[in-house]
Unconditional design. Structure first.
Length: 500
């Protein structure tokens, strides 16, 4: 993606149109371009050079947009860091990535002096709020510069970003993304849902994650506007849809469930929505369908993608009757189902989803072993299990790590979750495998009940008996007030497995 000409063209075409709305304050495409270029000039004058790595540690805010765009207009490498990371985790990522600068918002438990002490390669710390000793002010840097576009030659294969993601393994991985690949999500959204310059998208996903970044990519590449939330608050999310006549958004299933628990949910006007998308396998398709019923003009899409694939990579069609399916892949991406020996499986059989195409990451930063394990013979191994039906639609069965072997019989965690979620008194559910001396492993269910519910373990066990084979029925149930979540809104099963 050649950011500089896109920003210039957008500023001419949509000069006074809102590119971004944050906390009721609109920012035009012209202002977005000017602020991005001013920051770019400031970074260059600090002595930073093409291919230098610049970390971003911010909550969702306009400065996050400026930072990404400034970095990419200069040929730097963006290193977005989740704003929930601890000081120790920040230091680890900064040292591993060899970042030369960081744009950050200070927090009480993140001490700048410790970051400087432990990251000797770090030359500049730029803060977005009040200036602190030993740092530079982002506001002052922007105010002092002109909005002349930077003149840097950028090649499509140049490294554009390192995304640190722990996935389901718990071990952070630096996913490599080049300048050609950062435009892939916007191209995919144009292909799948016709995202365009008439759309107003509502973003409540963190910009440090691909799901949030897609909103920025759509804005730059396609001219759509973005209503940006600092974080996901269900009631505020609904108010924003109604107030700004939002036309689209994409969320993970758990966010839809949270919205549906609001007493005010049915009082809002969702008529402006033209499409809504769920990414990730819902435990309850019935709840997603219920949300959709209140969106009279909206198409419902079910999609899939990973940071490594620059998703969305696979999305169901707008008229699909098979909401359980994630649909079909982009025409310029190949997807197959492999067995454990990397042999292609026939239609209908469950195996690992593998993908290849130019938008797929080339691997992990400074981790050749993991790269070799994940990318074999040109195919990226996703770790997700799935199957194709006779019509070519793909279904996610679960993660390989979500497969429980109960005395030699296979049980998939999402399958059990889907059944438990059908109970009318259940809000959320997550199932994990736990050790068992007799059977090797057995399912354990963590369940969140509706307020005031008197449902007990035996009630749920009896309910499961009606829908599941005996070895799939959870041996243990635990009721929680809420399930732990990652910053992207997904259930954090690593934390659940570690609960004592």
């Amino acid at each position: 993606m050649k950011i500089t000409p896109l920003l210039i063209d957008n500023a001419k075409k949509y000069s006074h149109k809102s590119a971004l709305i944050f906390q009721n304050e609109p920012i035009s495409f012209l202002q977005l371009k000017d602020n991005a270029f001013k920051l770019a000039q400031a970074l260059l004058k600090l002595g930073l050079k093409k291919s230098d790595k610049i970390a971003i540690y911010l909550p969702n805010c306009p400065q996050y947009f400026y930072s990404y765009l400034a970095i990419w207009s200069c040929g730097f490498v963006a290193v977005p860091l989740d704003f929930m990371l601890t000081e120790e985790e920040i230091v680890s990522c900064l040292r591993h990535s060899e970042a030369k600068a960081i744009i950050m918002q200070p927090k009480p438990n993140v001490r700048i002096e410790n970051i400087k002490l432990n990251c000797l390669q770090l030359k500049e710390i730029i803060v977005t709020k009040e200036k602190i000793s030993g740092t530079l002010s982002l506001i002052e840097l922007i105010q002092k510069q002109s909005s002349i576009p930077p003149c840097v030659e950028i090649n499509p294969q140049d490294l554009a970003a390192i995304f640190y993601t722990s996935g389901s393994t718990g071990r952070p991985k630096g996913v490599l993304t080049n300048y050609l690949q950062i435009e892939a999500p916007a191209k995919a959204m144009s292909y799948f849902v016709n995202l365009n310059d008439n759309d107003i998208a509502l973003c409540a996903l963190p910009l440090s994650h691909l799901g949030g970044l897609v909103f920025l990519q759509g804005l730059v590449y396609l001219g759509s506007s973005v209503v940006l939330m600092e974080r996901f608050i269900p009631l505020e999310f609904l108010r924003n849809i109604q107030e700004y006549k939002v036309t689209c958004f994409w969320l993970v299933p758990q966010m839809y469930y949270a919205i549906l628990q609001l007493k005010e949910f049915e009082t809002f006007d969702f008529s402006s929505l033209r499409f809504i998308t769920v990414f990730g396998a819902p435990g309850s398709f019935e709840q997603i369908k219920r949300f959709h019923k209140y969106c009279p003009n909206a198409k419902l899409f079910h999609g899939w993608g990973m940071t490594e694939t620059q998703g969305p990579t696979i999305v169901s069609g707008p008229d699909s009757k098979k909401i359980e399916s994630i649909g079909r892949p982009l025409p310029w991406v190949e997807v197959k189902i492999f067995d454990e020996d990397d042999k292609e499986l026939p239609t209908g059989q469950v195996g690992e989803i593998v993908i290849r195409g130019e938008q797929i990451s080339v691997g992990y930063y400074k981790d050749p072993q993991l790269t070799q394990q994940t990318i074999r013979n040109g195919w990226f191994h996703t770790g997700d299990l799935g199957r194709f039906d006779e019509e070519g639609d793909l279904y996610i069965v679960g993660r390989i790590k979500e497969m429980i072997k109960v005395a030699g019989q296979i049980c998939f965690e999402p399958e059990v979750e889907t059944v438990i979620m059908k109970h009318p008194e259940v809000i959320e559910c997550a199932v994990v495998g736990v050790p068992d001396k007799l059977r090797g492993e057995v399912p354990k269910a963590f369940v969140v009940l509706k307020e005031g519910s008197k449902l007990g373990f035996e009630d749920l066990r009896e309910f499961c008996r009606k829908h599941l084979a005996h070895f799939k029925i959870p041996h243990y149930f635990e009721f929680l007030k809420e399930l732990p979540k990652t910053r992207s809104g997904k259930v954090d099963k690593t934390k659940l497995r570690n609960l004592k």
